[in-house]
Design a protein around this ligand. Structure first.
Ligand code: PLP
Length: 517
């Protein structure tokens, strides 16, 4: 294709993106796809074409074949999981990032890629009020943009394991090398690696259990209770850890969460932190605030979200700007108080990866801060977002979502058939149909309530005009099947929230009629 053709193709793509967003806004496109498993595989050839095809045809097939199978996360009626907001700033930034395509693993691989990341990550650390120890300019701590909170947690896990093995080496008499480093002897690795244990709660995201699988170590999901609002407490944690210690095991990593996936619970970071300080000093604390962490950008919310405790006790912290934070997937900010925890674990440098700047130690090579070598140029989109919205615009966006949640909370509280199960958290409400509290007065036990709510969720799930998620809340007291409605979508207006609740009420009525019969 000539340059002119390329330009036309580019214009056509942008036009079709604009049409798509208009259609999402005016409700022409339902949030959920209406397709069945295999729908796309059945329509595509089984091998790549022998000869190149006309680009216009390929692009048309995006609309014809791909869009019908898309779950529209940018729809104003998307209330499932947590939002994964996208903005035009990021779409443009992603195009620019692709145009200078580079896997900037070392500073020399694209100085701008590394340095822009250093700058914008520091901007976010300041925006969120993270302690200076997490700032790159401290020269000791710093941050990096990961693809996901799971990657961040896994990376923290590797750093934590190596740090614990270094402690154990010192305890066993290993002396620093000529460079002042502790090299972990094979014998220490062999003796202790399999004794290390990871902790979180039953509400911790699956990233903890996955990290455990990847590291080949056990994960203890500490039980939580309803009276603690599903948060991990120091006491519950201590009971499990002490049992492990009495069996010769070694705690080395705790995942605490600010804003759990199921209910938005906030773990008792201060209790956990003090416990670590007093009793388990070899233990690394990673705070996963994948969803809620961006709300630290609102100074009034910092106290409730335990920012001071995170700043005091966490070794590392993660939040996803690709959830509520306006930045198109993927953009997970991972900050650590001691960057050497990462580089000591992950700096593996064969000669072909060396550069004179790296050898002089005057640049950051982000490959040493993550498991993979190559990396995407993610900082451009965050740079565009933070500049285009500004701190004020970013805060206004967050407050809009919180306001929607507070308005919906009032509506649900007035409803006679539904109850809010846990205190609403920022933009998340967890609810269930519970006619015991209503005039309908159907007497149902816990299991029946769970079944009735499963029925309700099935009915909601059959519809394409709304997308919610269900979850099972495990606690010491009982297991509760509940439904989540997560607001904070950048394109969502309160009228969209009201419409979603109207649908829930409508389906709830039908379920009640069925259960009363
Ligand atoms: N942590 C929490 C609390 C989450 O809610 C989620 C996803 O919703 C994650 C981690 C996983 O995020 P990611 O997909 O970036 O790994």
């Amino acid at each position: 294709a000539s340059l002119n053709d390329d330009v036309d193709i580019g214009y056509a793509a942008v036009d079709s993106i604009c049409d798509y967003y208009t259609n999402l806004q005016n409700g022409t496109i339902p949030v959920k796809a209406k397709v069945q498993p295999g729908y796309l595989i059945d329509q595509l050839p089984t091998s790549a074409p022998e000869n190149g095809q006309d680009f216009n045809e390929i692009q048309k097939d995006f609309n014809k074949l791909i869009l019908p199978g898309i779950t529209h996360w940018q729809s104003p009626s998307f209330f499932a999981y947590f939002p994964s907001n996208s903005t035009f700033e990021c779409m443009i930034a992603d195009i620019l990032s692709s145009s200078v395509a580079n896997p900037g693993f070392n500073w020399i691989c694209s100085p701008a890629c590394t340095e822009l990341e250093q700058v914008v990550v520091e901007w976010t650390a300041k925006l969120l009020g993270l302690d200076k120890m997490f700032w790159g300019s401290s020269g000791i701590g710093g941050g990096v943009i990961m693809g996901s909170a799971s990657d961040s947690a896994f990376t923290a896990g590797i750093a934590a394991r190596e740090k614990a093995l270094r402690y154990l080496s010192v305890e066993n008499g290993v002396k620093p090398s000529d460079y002042g480093e502790i090299e972990i002897p094979e014998s220490i690795r062999n003796e202790y690696s399999q004794k290390l244990v990871i902790y979180g709660s039953t509400q911790t995201h699956s990233l903890a259990a996955k990290t455990a699988v990847m590291l080949g170590l056990p994960f203890r999901a500490v039980p939580v209770s309803i009276e603690d609002n599903y948060s991990l407490t120091g006491q519950n944690l201590k009971e499990i850890i002490d049992k492990d210690i009495s069996n010769g095991l070694i705690p080395f990593l705790i995942y605490a969460t600010v804003g759990t996936t199921s209910t938005g619970a906030i773990d008792k970071i201060e209790e956990i932190g003090n416990l670590i300080k007093k009793k388990y000093p070899k233990t690394f604390l990673h705070v996963d605030a994948a969803w809620a962490g961006v709300a630290y950008a609102l100074p009034n919310y910092r106290k409730n979200l335990k920012l001071n405790e995170v700043n005091e006790f966490a070794n590392s912290f993660c939040t996803n700007f690709h959830k509520w934070g306006l930045t198109t997937f993927d953009c997970s900010i991972f900050c650590i108080k001691d960057r050497k925890d990462l580089t000591k674990a992950l700096d593996v440098t064969p000669s072909y990866l060396r550069s004179k700047e790296s050898d002089q130690g005057i640049v950051i090579d982000y490959r040493n801060w993550q498991p993979a070598l190559g990396r995407r140029f993610r900082s451009i989109k965050l740079w565009f977002v933070l500049r285009s919205f500004g701190i004020k615009g970013f805060q206004e966006h967050l407050l809009r979502g919180i306001d929607h949640c507070q308005q919906l909370e009032k509506i649900i509280k007035e409803s006679s058939n539904f109850e809010i199960v846990t205190p609403p958290s920022l933009t998340l409400i967890v609810f269930r149909l519970n006619p015991i509290s209503s005039k309908e007065d159907i007497q149902l036990d816990d299991d029946e309530l769970n079944l009735m709510n499963q029925d309700l969720f099935k009915a909601l799930d059959l519809r394409c005009d709304i997308f919610l998620t269900q979850t099972m809340l495990h606690s010491k007291e009982r297991n509760m099947y509940v439904i989540r409605i997560a607001m904070g979508g950048v394109h969502t207006k309160f009228s969209d929230v009201e419409e979603a609740w109207r649908i829930v009420e409508e389906e709830g009525q039908k379920i009640l009629v069925k259960w009363k019969a």
